[in-house]
Design a protein around this ligand. Structure first.
Ligand code: HDC
Length: 737
């Protein structure tokens, strides 16, 4: 199939002669509507005439093609594009071809020689392309050609100004290729060798005659066709030959050692190796280029030597298993000290989304508040310091690529509420290293002390993507398990938005990992953009639980466990679903916009749920009814283990020691009665609680002891006659105990 440009609109700058004219004719021949731009200047940029462009337009029209002339300077980019739109209503292709020469040896290059060349080539291409850019983006199609030159790629005597402008156009094209990719706007660069007005000054006449422009145009047409997916390429073309160019980089050598100054002498001594292209690499993006720099950073940090070929060192470390559990497990990181004041507590609270919009949050945001407190999940901050300081890199057997590190899971247990200022020390041990196939999992146990008192225990689970397969074990008894939520609708759901700057704010609490702020680093980890800290979403979820089930009382917090199953992007909304099971609140978090589960197997353990606050039980309307009834169940258990045993024996119930019941609970809040149904295993028990609204809430709020309520008759338990008789017997028995 021949390549047609029917329906396409093409602008060729400098199309009055040479290459530009050839492109214009070739596009028009294949059906394109062509704008033939030419200022009609001489090769040095002097003069102005419409003749050149008009002639080409005539040629095209004579052959039945569609073309209009335009005589604007490329420095008036907007005008060029406007006249293209006026003539044909759209713009599909821009060929930046116009150019002039002011050749001089460098010493004789005047400001004007320099400026004129930059203005026409580089600035002109920028202005014309920018004027076309949004039209192309909006229509999701565009093809742009930049015309560079061998003089720019290799340098050429007497063309300093021209070389600089030409390679500048390559840089421009490289970035346009990246920015336009997702809109199907492609930008490629050619370095043509053709006989033209510009080359006749530097080439012998017979060579100029034989290097015909028609040997270049087919490449330009192909690159501008919708079928061509090439983007960001650089091509040398001439005499019927086309070749593609790319960057090549030597393996290079590391010239720095940890804690040593980098000196010119070391550079000198390594020079031959730095310049040796054996096994050269071909980086194609800033990300690839940076990757090796990151490798060097981690090698230097882990005590790598001067003169090392970083790629080879990384390869041999991996082949000799960068991860070696036998060496790593049991190792301790250097202890760290964390000094903090109320500033860090407040900054952390803001980092996990607290806001003065919610009056309940003020106690965590204002040091003058009578109940000023530190959020319990701040407990991860002192303990992460050891890892963040690069301590992990010093562990033998843990040669890991930090661009691939993700936070996998977190467990935090507090032994007392955190102070709002103080000095805490943390001791970190590599508890275990697991081989998960797709990655390696490193378990880090951190004990944090205030003086001699153990304040908290953290278990960090670090997932190193791609580092598995070293033949290690898959599970560990040391891992704090995550737990699935109950199979029923959640008892409470909270939706809370993170902001675009959530990660930028959260990192100020000490996790400086560039993954959360630097787009290039995030790209190395395979992410389109920086992702939110796992511990930031963790903080959001934990405070949702604390508010909903513990009246924002930090002393109620005991422990939390979370698994990070998918990344969260700053700006997304978190939907925290919560299930109350006694003192344990199971949690699952989704990203509201995508419905993807991001935190799973998670739970918060609370202290002393017997002091459950009225608000936490009455919020949420109907959703809470199950929860309220579960609370009554737990209170029945409070009546005493003897009674529970008897009730279980008679009815076959299973009220367990933590107050959970296999029975299903429902309640009708309207008439103040609730019914308790035996679970699916037996249908015989069907008991109704009857209680006045007032008394019911008293019980639920913990103001009325359920035991007293039973015996004073305020809380009546009724079932069918037989069952209630049996229950009465039990209750009487119980009264005697
Ligand atoms: C020096 C710094 C120290 C501190 C480190 C933290 C620094 C922070 O700045 C970094 C961050 O905050 S990163 C942001 C938060 N984390 C994330 O976004 C990760 C999200 N999770 C994922 O992408 C995948 O689960 C992923 C990629 C983790 C795993 O996905 P897959 O490879 O597809 O795994 P899968 O096939 O589902 O399972 C394979 C085995 O791995 C176990 N597993 C899965 N997810 C896990 C996770 N999150 N944590 C721990 N183990 C996990 C699976 O259970 C399975 O093992 P098994 O078969 O034995 O059950």
């Amino acid at each position: 199939m021949s390549l047609s440009f029917e329906g396409r609109v093409v602008l060729v700058t400098g199309a009055g002669g040479g290459l530009g004219r050839e492109y214009a004719l070739a596009f028009a021949e294949r059906g394109a509507s062509v704008v033939v731009n030419d200022l009609g200047a001489d090769t040095k940029g002097g003069g102005k005439s419409s003749a050149a462009a008009d002639k080409v337009v005539e040629e095209i029209r004579a052959k039945g093609g569609k073309a209009v002339a335009n005589y604007d300077s490329v420095e008036d980019g907007e005008k060029l594009i406007q006249s293209t739109l006026d003539a044909f209503g759209r713009i599909d292709v821009v060929v930046n071809n116009a150019g002039i020469l002011r050749d001089r040896s460098f010493a004789r290059t005047s400001d004007l020689d320099w400026d004129l060349i930059q203005r026409v080539h580089l600035r002109g291409s920028f202005l014309v392309t920018r004027a076309a850019w949004n039209h192309m983006k909006n229509q999701k199609f565009g093809r742009i050609i930049m015309t560079a030159s061998a003089a720019g790629i290799y340098g050429n005597f007497g063309q300093a100004n021209y070389s600089a402008a030409k390679l500048g156009m390559l840089g421009l094209a490289n970035t346009l290729a990246i920015e336009g990719r997702k809109y199907n706007v492609h930008c490629n660069t050619i370095a043509p060798v053709a006989g033209s007005r510009l080359t006749e000054t530097v080439m012998p006449p017979d060579l100029v005659a034989s290097l015909k422009p028609e040997y270049v145009a087919p490449l330009v047409l192909w690159l501008c066709h919708e079928q061509c997916q090439e983007n960001g390429g650089l091509f040398e073309v001439g005499a019927g030959w086309i070749g593609k160019l790319r960057w090549e980089r030597s393996q290079g050598r590391t010239v720095r050692q940890k804690n040593q100054p980098m000196t010119p002498e070391v550079v000198r001594d390594q020079w031959d190796k730095i310049c040796d292209f054996t096994d050269a690499t071909k980086p194609t993006s800033v990300q690839e280029s940076l990757q090796s720099i990151m490798t060097v950073l981690s090698q230097v940090e882990s005590g790598g030597e001067v003169g090392v070929n970083p790629t080879a060192a990384a390869a041999s470390a991996t082949s000799a298993s960068g991860i070696n559990p036998a060496e790593a497990v049991g190792q301790k990181l250097p202890p760290t000290t964390f000094n903090f004041t109320h500033t860090q507590c407040i900054l952390y609270a803001l980092g996990v989304g607290m806001s003065t919009r919610d009056p309940d949050h003020l106690r965590f945001l204002y040091e003058g508040h009578p109940d000023f407190s530190c959020l319990p999940t701040f407990g991860v901050i002192p303990s992460q310091a050891a890892m963040m300081d690069g301590g992990l890199t010093s562990i033998p057997g843990l040669n890991i690529d930090f661009t691939q590190v993700l936070h996998g899971e977190q467990y935090l247990e507090l032994y007392r509420p955190l102070p709002t200022s103080g000095k805490l020390t943390s001791e970190t041990t590599i508890a275990d290293v697991l081989d998960k196939g797709s990655g390696a999992v490193i378990l880090l146990d951190v004990n944090t002390y205030s003086g001699d008192e153990l304040v908290s225990y953290n278990q960090f689970t670090v997932f190193v993507v791609g580092a598995g397969g070293f033949g290690g074990k898959r599970t560990s008894e040391k891992a704090k398990p995550s737990l699935p939520p109950p199979k029923r609708a959640p008892d409470a759901v909270v939706i809370d938005s993170t902001t675009r700057d959530q990660a930028a704010l959260y990192r100020l609490s000490g996790d400086w990992n560039p993954l959360h702020i630097d787009p290039s680093f995030a790209a190395m980890g395979g992410f389109k953009a920086p992702i939110l800290h796992g511990l930031c979403s963790f903080g959001f979820a934990a405070r949702h639980v604390l508010k909903h089930f513990a009246d924002n009382d930090p002393s109620r917090f005991k422990a939390i466990k979370v698994r990070f199953v998918k990344p969260v992007m700053p700006g997304q909304s978190l939907q925290t679903e919560m299930w109350k099971e006694g003192n344990r609140i199971h949690i699952q978090c989704k990203v509201k916009e995508t419905d993807a589960v991001v935190l799973a197997g998670a739970y918060v353990d609370l202290h002393g749920a017997s002091e459950a606050s009225p608000e936490s039980l009455t919020q949420g309307g109907g959703l809470q009814s199950e929860l309220v009834f579960a609370e009554i169940g737990r209170r029945i258990k409070d009546l005493g283990s003897e009674l529970v045993k008897k009730v279980n024996a008679v009815f076959g119930w299973e009220i367990t020691k933590d107050g959970k019941s296999a029975a299903q609970w429902t309640i009708d809040l309207k008439n103040g009665s609730g019914s308790l149904h035996k679970g699916p295993c037996s249908g015989k028990a069907d008991v109704t609680f009857t209680v006045s609204d007032e008394d019911f809430m008293e019980v639920v709020m913990g103001k009325l002891n359920p035991q007293k309520a039973f015996f004073s008759g305020k809380l009546k338990v009724r079932g069918n006659i037989m069952l209630s008789q049996k229950l009465e017997v039990i209750l009487k028995d119980y009264a005697k105990l």
